[in-house]
Design a protein around this ligand. Sequence first.
Ligand code: FE2
Ligand code: FE2
Length: 210
Amino acid sequence: MGDVVEMRLRKKTPESWARDVIAHLPEFLADHASCELQASVFALSLVGSYPEDQRLVDVLSALAAEELRHFRKAVRECRRAGATVKTRRKNPYVARLRQGCQSRTEPARAVELLVTAAIIEMRSHERFTALLPLLPDGRLKRFYEELARAEERHGPAYLDLAQARGGQALVESTLERLLDIEDEAVTDSGGSRDIAVHSPMPARGTAGEN
Ligand SMILES: [Fe+2]
Ligand SMILES: [Fe+2]
């Protein structure tokens, strides 16, 4: 099987991103709740696509249940903050990564989808971690601490499933290609000023500030 594949995002989120979020928390919470629901649905769609893969079914059905618990908690936080959850919201960041998933044959298709999920989980974890120092002590901070711990496990879990299906070399080449796309997706806002879990880095402060 070879070594465990390492994954490292190309760019670190600057503190200026977290400051923007703190200034628009209800908008962020609404986006976050919808991300948790999408994470659960995506995990279940993979279970539906690969029901013969026992390990994938066990890992991703448990992960989907965990994401659904996160969704329920995030919805509660949303309501407390007076925000409305828009669950059918389009996530331009995810859409861009999915455009990079064009394979129609196996195992390349499964590997692309699993690696995409791994990258999204890793960025989510990185974003929650960036937010934590700016949140005042209290319920919301404890919520994001709990989530950061969970999302930290999810990225490697997806990568591990990808490696089991496609092997180390395919996972490494797919990861390199999709990490480049991820880098573009968090760098170029396309003119959007939305506050979101996966919103692009602020134009200012992307050169190593943190
Ligand atoms: Fe989650
Ligand atoms: Fe997750």
